[in-house]
Design a protein around this ligand. Structure first.
Ligand SMILES: C[S@@+](CC[C@H](N)C(=O)[O-])C[C@H]1O[C@@H](n2cnc3c(N)ncnc32)[C@H](O)[C@@H]1O
Length: 343
């Protein structure tokens, strides 16, 4: 596997090891337990090399969605024979790359987080065959939402910052028009309860082509501007297959509540994770990225376990930690919602 050249130098240096851990998670869940891959160099360029008896079309489809994959080859000594990549991307990639702003989560990392969370759920095999439902409950300007749209899934997001909400709503409406994609807006207004505005909401349906729209393959986008601890007021219980989010880093922006009070990221997670857990389908998974310099891994594990989820805390799941900058060492924590309750 030839690794995607990353524009971000810091991420590029962490990328081979992150790719190896991501591949190991895919290996465990849908590739029948691949032997450990090696990071190698050919002609001065990093590759990830792994052994497998044969590559079925289905396995190639899974591998093709890896966040760091640029090209895939069958290696025969020093010779490389290209293997056709089968990306499931539905839209032009500028859906993910156009928006540039301070605080944007790295796009490649966002895809890794989404992939690893899916692979840890009971729905891993559905990657290319079913329209999954994903929530990013701290969605900023929508990097996770856009990646999940790329996969053809239904997406929902929530952010307390009105500027982020407005910027994302403006972006997606303009982008859909510019691409002449079939879409219609179901709701775009403040949400009121008992005469008071409790948030803003944008709900729309979009489709890549007219035929997909006819075949009822339209995707739902639902974005709310409100505090994430109120998520259950906007979404049905057990509505989502996956919850994927990049938590505030507790550095530049800090984290805010709707009332403007600053909160430590771990306090935000303590209050929000039980609410998010209620929105997750049994068998679903939550994937959270956060800054370990602010909250150690054990604390994040305890918060997820305290909400009745099963944190994955061994093997490749311990290999996602990487430095982002001076003040941020990011890690990934994934937890499953038990498929059925034991009495
Ligand atoms: C690390 S950023 C996520 C960035 C996002 N992934 C993107 O690429 O645009 C964390 C987000 O959490 C939001 N946030 C912090 N506290 C919140 C709260 N209590 N409720 C809702 N959103 C909150 C912030 O406004 C910020 O957009």
């Amino acid at each position: 596997m030839l690794l995607l050249p990353s524009a971000n130098r810091v991420y590029a240096s962490a990328s081979p090891e992150l790719a190896r851990a991501e591949l190991a998670v895919f290996g465990e869940s849908v590739l029948g337990g691949l032997p450990a891959a090696q990071v190698t160099e050919r002609g001065g360029v990093p590759y990830l090399e792994f052994e497998t008896e044969q590559l079925t079309d289905e396995a190639t489809t899974f591998l093709s969605q890896l966040s760091a994959l640029y090209a895939l080859f069958e290696a025969n000594g020093t010779a490389l024979k290209p293997v056709g990549v089968r990306r499931i991307d539905r839209y032009d990639d500028d859906l993910i790359t156009i928006q540039k702003y301070q605080g944007k989560t790295n796009e490649q990392f966002t895809k890794l987080l989404l992939n690893v969370t899916l692979m840890s759920s009971a729905f891993a095999a559905d990657l290319a065959s079913r329209k999954l439902a994903v929530l990013d409950p701290l969605c900023g300007r929508g990097t996770t939402l856009n990646q999940a749209l790329m996969y053809g899934w239904d997406v929902a997001g929530l952010d307390a910052d009105q500027r982020d909400f407005d910027a994302y709503a403006a972006f997606i409406k303009t982008w859909l028009k510019r691409k002449r994609l079939k879409h219609h807006t179901d709701y775009d207004a403040p949400v009121r309860r008992d005469g008071k505005v409790i948030g803003r909401r944008l709900q729309l349906m979009l489709a890549a082509t007219k035929d997909e729209q006819k075949a009822r393959l339209s995707q739902r986008l639902d974005v709310v501007c409100a505090d994430t601890t109120r998520a259950a007021e906007f979404f049905r219980p057990e509505a989502f297959d996956l919850i994927v989010t990049d938590a505030p880093y507790g550095v530049q922006h800090g984290s805010r509540t709707a009332t403007g009070l600053a909160r430590r990221p771990q306090d935000l997670l303590t209050a929000a994770v039980p609410v998010w857990a209620g929105l997750l389908r049994p068998g679903g998974a939550v994937g959270i990225a956060w800054n370990t310099l602010v909250a150690p891994r054990a604390e994040a594990v305890a918060i997820l376990a305290g909400a009745g989820l099963e944190p994955l805390d061994s093997g490749p799941y311990l290999q996602f930690r990487h430095r982002v900058d001076q003040a941020i060492v990011r890690d990934v924590l994934v937890a499953r919602k038990p498929a059925s309750r034991t009495s």
